[in-house]
Design a protein around this ligand. Structure first.
Ligand code: UDP
Length: 335
């Protein structure tokens, strides 16, 4: 089974490629290295012994994308490629709308032109906005998106839903990620953005490693147990494996008419200050951080009810926050 992984050299994409290869899938990647590096392909090869072919194509470019689909025939696709920074999306909304929606349209069109009908889509817990109930289940209503990034994920889900209704044999799974963190246990791949990191865990490890002067906790006056935001941090290898399971699910005939929808989080909320504490404990270092103002676009608290993914996909995350911090720190020191 040949699978297209868009954003294959990105953080979650690369870990998912490893998981797919280890589970017997053949993989082709498309990545224009907008926020990743070609060297990630070396890391994947070091772990799996497989040199994955990558097409350096901008998926928002329809002609280039369809030309790539002319060269390869896929049994399905996992669509990761997207701009993903909440803060940046507030500053550059048009770029986010243009890139994230066009790339999805082009991937769906390419799949259909060659008669493929299996899609797994990277969505995000940010589609829930400031949810009325916690933990959020897949039935929790989506609220107003707090950022253009979040709106592009809501739009992506809706585009796929409409398409599934219109094309009855098209099958899709929407995966709502909570906060992916940590690195591969081999130490050979991890979060390696070419742009400066903005996600909490790499900001923590870079600060501890002296690669940045310090860091701020964004907001300490939220209505949470210590005033900082609550998130559900999920180890990237656990998250990656959920994609293999989702692909099997959709290839097994599920997800027609309405895309199947799964929350992928560990199911526990951690505040920013608790995450910092966990890091300090695991690494034995003292972090140089300040308490700062809120960041635009942040939701206050979100964590998952993941029971549906466990029931339907058989997904059981095996790693907790210590493993996240341990592998993220090992990756930081080794990279
Ligand atoms: N955060 C922070 N300082 C940083 C980076 C992030 O306090 O330098 C906080 C951020 O405000 C949010 C949480 O950490 O409450 C997770 O942020 P991240 O950007 O990792 O993921 P998001 O939940 O925004 O997708």
């Amino acid at each position: 089974m040949k699978i297209l992984v868009t954003g294959g050299t990105g953080y979650i994409g690369s870990h998912t490629i490893v998981d797919l290869l280890e589970n017997g899938f053949e993989v082709v990647s498309v990545d224009n290295f907008h926020n990743s590096r070609p060297t990630t392909l070396d890391g994947i090869e070091a772990i799996t012994g497989v040199r994955v072919k990558n097409y350096e194509v901008d998926l928002a470019d329809r002609a280039a994308t369809l030309a790539m689909f002319d060269k390869e025939k896929f049994d399905g696709a996992i669509h990761f490629a997207a701009y993903k920074l909440v803060g940046e999306s507030v500053d550059k909304p048009l770029e986010y709308y243009r890139n994230n929606t066009n790339s999805l349209l082009n991937v769906i069109e390419g799949l259909r032109l060659q008669g493929s009908s299996n899609l797994v889509f990277s969505s995000s817990c940010s589609v829930y906005g400031n949810a009325d109930e916690l933990p959020v289940t897949e039935a929790t209503p989506r609220k107003v998106a707090e950022s253009p990034y979040a709106l592009t994920k809501q739009m992506g889900e809706d585009m796929i839903s409409d398409y599934c209704k219109a094309v009855p044999d098209f099958k899709a799974v929407l995966l709502r990620y909570f906060n992916p963190a940590g690195a591969h246990e081999s130490g050979k791949i991890g979060e390696d953005p070419s742009n400066p990191a903005t996600s909490l865990v790499p900001v923590i490890t870079q600060t501890a490693a002296g690669k940045r002067g310090g860091m701020k906790v964004f907001g300490t006056d939220y209505n949470t147990r210590d005033g900082s935001c609550v998130r559900d941090y999920i180890h990237v290898q656990d998250l990656a494996h959920a994609h293999t399971l989702a692909l099997r699910y959709v290839m097994g005939g599920k997800g027609t008419k309405n895309p199947s929808l799964f929350n992928l989080g560990i199911g526990e909320g951690l505040t920013v200050l608790e995450a910092i504490n966990a890091f300090e404990k695991v690494s034995g270092t003292k972090l140089n951080y300040e308490l700062g103002p809120r960041r635009a676009g942040d939701v206050i608290a979100v964590y998952a009810d993941r029971s549906l993914a466990t029931k339907e996909l058989g997904w059981e995350p095996a790693r907790g926050v210590e493993e996240i911090m341990r592998t993220a720190w090992a990756w930081e020191l080794g990279s």
